[in-house]
Design a binder for this molecule. Structure first.
Ligand code: GTP
Ligand code: NA
Ligand code: MG
Length: 296
């Protein structure tokens, strides 16, 4: 049968980091990656989604960093949709705030497990019990209080608890038994896209299934093209991206919408047809919207 033709192998878990503005999402990732993204952000506010891969115990983990500013609900919602696990970062000196609640809601709506990282534990004013009580009220009850959720105390400043957090992620990933078939046709999700000077349309995607390769003919919404280059999370050219991996795709005809599904197809002709159909569909939708407005 079909199942026996599959070639399922373990894939990297995709982890989305969410939480209220300035609770330390990017700093936590920076510590994990030994990078310094947070320091370089204008005004200290993350304004876009970032995707990174980290190795732990010989296994890869993909992280998606999201902004905590209230204006970016749509980005958080998309982040929750492509993820296997959501990490909600809560600053122990600040407690549950509006975007903490929003993050919990996105994760619940997506039906994915939630791990709580109680951050800024190095601070004098840290109050992890208050964080537990506030989250318990939202139905996110810690295991040591008889609930089902892991609360991991961490500090992005000192690195305290970060090994525990990574172990907790891998244990949760084991429970989920995440598998994919690298020999299948590519299916990926666009998590971010832009038009870059000298590069043209650029899309960051997370591969869900199949192996994406340079030279593949792909279509994502109204965008299509032959993959000219693939770049990893450090901007280094790679030949392929496996299931669970994030990769930047160059060579598309247009900037695909974030959230679009990217697939590979057999020919340029098919890719053009798919893209044309999508464009036509969007035109019709726009048209029916404006008709409705004028009828009101
Ligand atoms: P947005 O993406 O804008 O929502 O913010 P964020 O959640 O990514 O927070 P960010 O990493 O930008 O950190 C916000 C501030 O908190 C920065 O000044 C960090 O240096 C500080 N910070 C983050 N984690 C810790 C921590 O564990 N301890 C202390 N003391 N400060 C921290
Ligand atoms: Na910030
Ligand atoms: Mg940030």
């Amino acid at each position: 049968g079909e199942a026996s033709e599959q070639n399922l192998v373990e894939r990297a878990p995709v982890i989305t980091i969410m939480g209220h503005v300035d609770h330390g999402k990017t700093s936590l990732l920076d510590y994990i990656r030994s990078a310094k993204v947070a320091a370089g952000e204008a005004g200290g506010i993350t304004q876009h989604v970032g995707a990174y891969m980290v190795e732990k115990n010989g296994r890869n983990i993909t992280f998606i960093d999201t902004p905590g500013h209230e204006a970016f609900t749509e980005m958080r919602s998309r982040g929750a949709k492509v993820t296997d696990i959501v990490i909600v970062v809560v600053a122990a000196d600040d407690g549950v705030k509006p975007q903490t609640k929003e993050a919990v809601e996105h994760a619940k709506a997506a039906g994915v497990p939630i791990i709580i990282a109680v951050n800024k534990m190095d601070k004098e004013s840290a109050n992890p019990d208050l964080v537990k009580a506030q989250l318990a009220e939202l139905g996110i009850t810690p295991i040591d209080w008889g609930g089902e959720h892991e609360f991991v105390p961490v500090s992005a400043k000192t690195g305290m608890g970060i090994e525990d957090l990574l172990e907790t992620i891998l244990l949760q990933a084991d429970v989920l038994e995440l598998k994919a078939d690298p020999s299948r046709d590519v299916k990926a999700t666009v998590i971010e896209s832009s038009l870059e000077k000298g590069r043209g349309p650029v899309a960051t995607v997370v591969v869900q299934d199949g192996t994406m390769r340079v030279g593949d003919i792909v279509v994502a919404g109204i965008a299509f093209g032959k993959v000219k280059a693939l770049l990893n999370d450090r901007g280094i050219a790679v030949k392929e991206a496996l299931p669970g991996e994030p990769v930047v795709v160059l060579g598309l005809s247009e900037v695909p919408g974030a959230g679009e599904t990217l697939i590979n197809v057999k020919s340029d002709k098919i890719a053009r047809e798919y893209a044309k159909k999508k464009a036509e569909y969007l035109r019709q939708k726009e048209l029916s919207k404006s008709t409705k407005v004028s009828l009101d």
